[in-house]
Design a protein around this ligand. Structure first.
Ligand code: CDP
Length: 261
């Protein structure tokens, strides 16, 4: 039997008080939480909550390439697998990776590759597995951001981190970090990613309509938001090493007490 519930969008994407439907200002990000080293079996991992998005990233490598014919004799390869869980969206998603997931995997790989030294790892691969377990708009940006953290957590040499966010236009106004409903009901969506070692964009996609001036203003909004998210990434990495230092200090204290007895 076909699903009877229709996708319905609100008529207005701003409230009477000028704020967005979720109470945000135009230049305000959704709440973001990040943590690294969350999976025991991966070489590196990270978890991100960004608004209602919940995403894990796991990194393996450098390791042998399977299937072997994909290996390159003069450099390593980066393989990204972006997947959305069947239960991550309102209407059950088919488990097999569709065209959208393949495209997003490729986009994320293109965003991350410039920061890696793949030329130092001939014949091997780095694999990044991204699992979106709850999705609510902007998952390609959130996935790029959490994947960069997982690579850093794996100790993969990197020129810098990569950070990503989307800007867009809703009800004629430019806003940062579109939620799922804003993404679907808005006029334009502009995801971008920044590689910090050279301050260059490694992603710029565009869907919708905007004037050139609006595009420039959106890039200013994005730039401000990217800096905030980058700080959060650095803090998430530092948190892990502070926790490790705490653990080492504690075990040294225990050893010292043992030695005194
Ligand atoms: O997630 P992102 O904005 O990068 O990509 P999108 O293709 O523009 O998808 C926007 C949003 O639509 C996703 O974040 C999901 O919340 C939702 N979506 C969905 O409900 N069902 C799908 N099969 C795919 C996406």
């Amino acid at each position: 039997m076909p699903l009877i519930i229709k996708d319905e969008y609100p008529e207005k994407l701003f409230r009477e008080d000028g704020k967005r439907l979720d109470g945000r200002e135009k230049n305000e990000l959704r709440p973001i939480k990040m943590e690294v080293g969350v999976l025991k079996n991966a070489d590196g991992s990270a978890y991100l909550e960004w608004g209602n998005n919940k995403i894990f990233a796991a990194v393996y490598g450098p390791r042998d390439v399977h299937p072997h014919h994909l290996a390159k004799p003069d450099r390593g390869i980066l393989r990204v697998f972006y997947r959305m869980a069947t239960y991550s969206v309102f209407e059950r998603k088919r488990p097999a990776p569709g065209r959208r997931e393949k495209e997003i995997s490729m986009v994320i790989s293109d965003c991350l590759e410039p920061v890696l030294f793949l030329e130092l790892y001939p014949g091997t691969s780095f694999e990044v597995f991204i699992e979106v377990i709850d999705a609510d708009g902007g998952t390609r940006c959130a996935s790029t951001t959490v994947a960069a953290l997982a690579l850093a957590d794996a100790g993969v040499p990197m020129r810098s981190l990569v950070t990503s966010v989307a800007c867009g236009k809703i009800d004629g106004e430019l806003v940062v970090d579109l939620s799922g409903i804003e993404d679907k009901a808005g006029e334009a969506d502009l995801p971008c990613a920044m590689t910090w070692f050279n301050d260059q964009l490694s992603l710029l996609q565009f869907d919708g309509e905007m004037t050139l001036d609006e595009m420039n203003t959106s890039m200013d909004l994005a730039s401000e938001a990217l800096k905030k998210i980058y700080e959060m990434q650095l803090n998430a990495l530092k948190e892990k090493y502070l926790a490790v230092r705490e653990e080492v200090n504690q075990s040294q204290e225990i050893e010292n007490i043992g030695g005194d007895e």
